[in-house]
Design a protein around this ligand. Sequence first.
Ligand SMILES: Cc1cc2nc3c(=O)[nH]c(=O)nc-3n(C[C@H](O)[C@H](O)[C@H](O)COP(=O)(O)OP(=O)(O)OC[C@H]3O[C@@H](n4cnc5c(N)ncnc54)[C@H](O)[C@@H]3O)c2cc1C
Length: 157
Amino acid sequence: MAQFATGITVLTARGRLAHGMTANAFTSVSLDPPMVLCCVARTARMHDAILDARSFGVSVLSTEQEHVARYFASRGREQGMAQFERVDWFPGRRTGVPLLVGSLAWLECDLAEVYEGGDHSIFLGNVQSASRGGGQALLFVGGGFHHHGTPPAARSA
Ligand SMILES: Cc1cc2nc3c(=O)[nH]c(=O)nc-3n(C[C@H](O)[C@H](O)[C@H](O)COP(=O)(O)OP(=O)(O)OC[C@H]3O[C@@H](n4cnc5c(N)ncnc54)[C@H](O)[C@@H]3O)c2cc1C
């Protein structure tokens, strides 16, 4: 799967267990109605944060946000809303979930269904709002970050 190039998102949840987490297991599911899914490790704090909030936000990261991707994937960051003090964010207009300034796009989703998927859960979301920012896509492939338009260095087989 490391050879499957993806964009990178930060999933966010508000409320009692407010939290953010870098995730690339994210995809569209349905256009009408608009639905998306994300896969979150059962052991991650993000898992219970989404179950508690019954909603989640998605910020699609730009090339300017590699440090943000690394931050929200790091261990030992602050708990709750305190972890968002290190980044610029604004509240989503439908749910109030933190969305990250400087992203390519933002979604706010209500949690529709939860499916078991091995050591992850699959969270299916109804999209409540969608908006676009600007910039170039931050990509993840081959276990590393890449910037849109910059091909990864050639690798030997
Ligand atoms: C590009 C990229 C894409 C990613 N995509 C996804 C994705 O799609 N889905 C996904 O679930 N994750 C994904 N991750 C991993 C995820 O971002 C990190 O694991 C993140 O730290 C989880 O955040 P959390 O605070 O919710 O979980 P945490 O509470 O930080 O826990 C994360 C894991 O670390 C363990 N852990 C926490 N603290 C310690 C400790 N002190 N000692 C030992 N183990 C500990 C936990 O048991 C758990 O297994 C991705 C990471 C990157 C860089």
